[in-house]
Write a protein that binds this ligand. Structure first.
Ligand code: 5GP
Length: 177
């Protein structure tokens, strides 16, 4: 097993991530042919993914950034959404693609989807996650697009943090427990 910084084992290399992002973008380009989209990046974890994905998207596109300011216990309805430097009203009537780092229990995705649907009036709404932990799902929500299915590991890197650190890694790693 290759060991990276801080005793991390590499789960997905930079090359694997970038290759998969390119093929995901091809799929998304194909699905939204002739359409405009608003890509909503969920801070902070999805920032690397959203930026790299957006570089391969070829439709007219606007990017917005939102942050869940509080999760409470269990990341449910106590979550509040802050939007940064953006007018989310612009998403009314638009094709909206939420871009997340990882879907684990699915409760964050469920909250965000319901929030956007109830607060705005998007033409369409889809959810794209780089990583998908299927084993730990507690919600019926599934992503419309995802990059990789992974097991029940705590992963870091490429936007995902470990107590704030390691978001800057260009690969995704995990700690052997
Ligand atoms: P969910 O609501 O689907 O359980 O969790 C989604 C959020 O939990 C993600 O946006 C991410 O912030 C965090 N999360 C879930 N699994 C992991 C993981 O393996 N590593 C890191 N760094 N964050 C995770």
């Amino acid at each position: 097993m290759i060991t990276a910084v801080n005793d991390l084992k590499i789960l997905l290399t930079d090359e694997q991530i970038q290759t998969r992002i390119k093929s995901l973008a091809d799929e998304i380009n194909n699905d939204y042919k002739g359409e405009e989209i608003v890509l909503i990046c969920v801070l902070k974890g999805a920032v690397m993914f959203a930026v790299d994905l957006s570089k391969h998207l070829n439709m007219p596109l606007k990017m917005e950034f939102i942050k869940l300011s509080s999760y409470g216990n269990g990341m449910t309805s106590s979550g509040k959404v802050q939007s940064f430097g953006a007018h989310l009203e612009e998403i009314n009537g638009k094709n909206v693609l939420i871009v997340e780092d990882i879907i684990d229990t699915g409760l964050t995705a469920e909250f965000l989807i319901n929030y956007i649907k109830e607060t705005y009036n998007p033409k369409t709404l889809k959810f794209c996650s780089l990583l998908n932990k299927k084993e730990t799902r507690k919600s019926s929500v599934e992503p419309d697009y995802y990059g990789f299915e992974i097991g029940n590991k705590f992963v870091v890197g490429y936007g995902l943090d470990d107590e704030g650190y390691n978001r800057n890694l260009n690969y995704i790693g995990y700690k052997e427990i």
